[in-house]
Design a binder for this molecule. Sequence first.
Ligand code: F3S
Length: 428
Amino acid sequence: MQLTPDEKAMLDGRDGPAVQAAMDLLMRYGRALGAERLVETNNVVASISATTPFMRDYAMQRGGMDAVFSEFSLDSDVPVTIPKVKTFTTHVQLGFDPGNAARMGVDEQTVQFYKKGEAYITGLGVQATNTCTPYQVGNIPTRGEHCAWMESSAVIYCNAVIGARTNTEGRESVGAAMLTGRIPYWGYHVDENRLGTHSVHIATDVITTADWGMLGYWIGEEVQGRVPVIEGWSKLPNLSRLKHFGAAASSSGGVEMCHIVGVTPEANTREQAFGRNTPREALTFDAQARQRTWERLNSTAKRQEVDYVMLGCPHYTIEQIWEAARLLEGRRVHENTELWIFTPRAIKSLADRNGYTAIIEAAGGHLMTDSCSAMSRAAPKGTRTVALDSAKQAHYLPAILGVEAWFGSTAECIDAACDGRFNGRSPS
Ligand code: F3S
């Protein structure tokens, strides 16, 4: 790989052993990918926390969090002192909500370790945003900006909706990126890889958040890791709909980049979206496809009784919390059902000030932060059946927790929370 003089100096140890180890890791990573060079980045979304019991024990045995960072983020079994980060870095979720630890089944020892971990993160200069939706809370790169982001639902939002550039990075590459300000130049950093490959025409109603989730889920299954170009939308999607759409497409198929003609910034026209590419396939999302997707997402559900309603995958926007509060106001969550809604900490503080948290709590629900049921593997004790308004969560949770899952609209999920039963209807 070609290195600049500055990169060569980092590799030679000018900035200390941690930066040297980070450059060494990036070189190995870049070579494996076939990248010819690195690109500068000042925008990283990372996980450097240590909330698993294994990492906690490792930290205790090897002398602290620097040892965890060295081993698990820099692939260095020799612990090195980790300096403050060079790049603007925001943290994805941690393992649970420290404000609801007992509710999530987390013991006090883990809470104390978590607090040390968060102090370590902020001490390095990483922003403790603790969310899969960094673009909601201050990490909004500019169009064309080279980034190094983890978290598939955030990656597709970064590439497609914002027009910034990232691949789906892992804990190691972002750990190296935050110390060096570099990431291999390949994949979606490169113009030609961002062009459309598959044409998708929408031939049915795609209006609500659930509709956009189903569209994304279907597209992911159809195109897998390719770049769909979507046309035919009838109502402009907002942030929440694009968030649910991308999360679904990236979980059913690994889509990291897409274009929605007339909506996303690299697709003012179909011609711009495809560039010199000829579409490999022309796909149509019609009423039958939507119905089949709904059935697939509800394929594990049998019991009408619902033990748990989880909202906030990806983490809810303030608009979605406002909507949930309006749907809940004056009602009560059923005595056999729990309602947990996940959002970034910063947005919860806004919801607190706006009175939405109080409305949700008065109804018997809980507004929670920092995590989600899939990440934390936590659900109310004894949960057998869940209701979800997220296609991504419906994709993962049955496998992760061994539960049955209903997928429906936000209103259907709130009704399920209050009735203790899911009475949602298929779209047809
Ligand atoms: Fe975020 Fe958890 Fe969903 S990490 S995208 S809320 S699975």
